[in-house]
Design a protein around this ligand. Structure first.
Ligand code: SAM
Length: 222
């Protein structure tokens, strides 16, 4: 019986992949990638020659059917995303849902690896026994409601934010009354320009506003 492996890949530093992850990527028949060019960087680094197929958020119905057919034919597949753990705020979980609908007894195995949210929580110094993960916040409609929920949350909150919106979102948190809660903003984790900003929102913003805000961000709120 075929298997679908969900393989965690690095969130920046190419060394952050497990030995098992590398072995599975070598052994499967095809690797399903969010962006084949992005995954090629990892595969080249480890001299993995397995053929790739693209799968992304808006993949056509026929692409999904092709993947399901491969599994029905007994092929082993590995799903990777551009970064981190597939299915966490990326198209992976949509595919898993569709595969399970078509093949309910499909063997789906996790090959754990990096995840930006978990990496950020791990260095936050904030309580992690209970936390709420918000993924990407909505851009417009509903954003204020979620930000208010984060402000009033009695557990640690963690969310993903883009270069373009990081300052706007943090300013909005301040305006809505985040007050003295501790904030940890993690930029470019595991990469060359990794930077961690800690403090209350006023302190974090005063530094971040003068700094480069290029890159990828995870925000953790105490
Ligand atoms: N599946 C991924 C995971 O396991 O973390 C997340 C995918 S989501 C499409 C991409 C977002 O994760 C980025 O916009 C950013 O907010 C966050 N992210 C990914 N890599 C990061 C990094 N190296 N440093 C900070 N944030 C990162």
């Amino acid at each position: 019986m075929s298997k679908l492996y969900i393989v965690g890949t690095p969130i920046g530093n190419l060394e952050d992949i497990t030995l098992r992850g590398l072995r599975i990527l070598k052994e499967v028949d095809f690797i399903l990638c969010e962006d084949t060019r992005q995954t090629k960087i990892l595969l080249d680094r480890y001299e993995i020659k397995t053929p790739t197929l693209s799968y992304f958020q808006h993949s056509s119905f026929s692409k999904v059917n092709q993947i399901i057919d491969l599994l029905k034919q007994g092929r082993n597949l590995a799903l990777v995303s551009d970064a981190g753990t597939p299915g966490i705020s990326d198209p992976g979980n949509k595919l898993i849902k569709m595969v399970l609908k078509e093949i309910p007894d499909m063997k789906i195995e996790p090959i754990p690896g990096a995840c930006a949210a978990i990496a950020a929580l791990s260095i936050s110094g904030l309580p992690t026994d209970k936390f709420v993960f918000y993924g990407f916040l909505p851009h417009k409609k509903g954003k204020e409601t979620i930000l208010k929920e984060i402000i009033n949350n009695k557990f640690t909150s963690v969310f993903y934010e883009s270069t373009h919106r990081i300052l706007k979102t943090l300013n909005k948190l301040e305006d809505l009354g985040l007050g003295d809660k501790q904030v940890v903003v993690c930029r470019e984790l595991t990469k060359k320009f990794e930077t961690i900003y800690r403090g209350n929102i006023e302190q974090v913003l005063s530094v971040l506003e003068k700094d480069v805000t290029k890159g990828e961000f995870v925000v953790v709120v105490g």
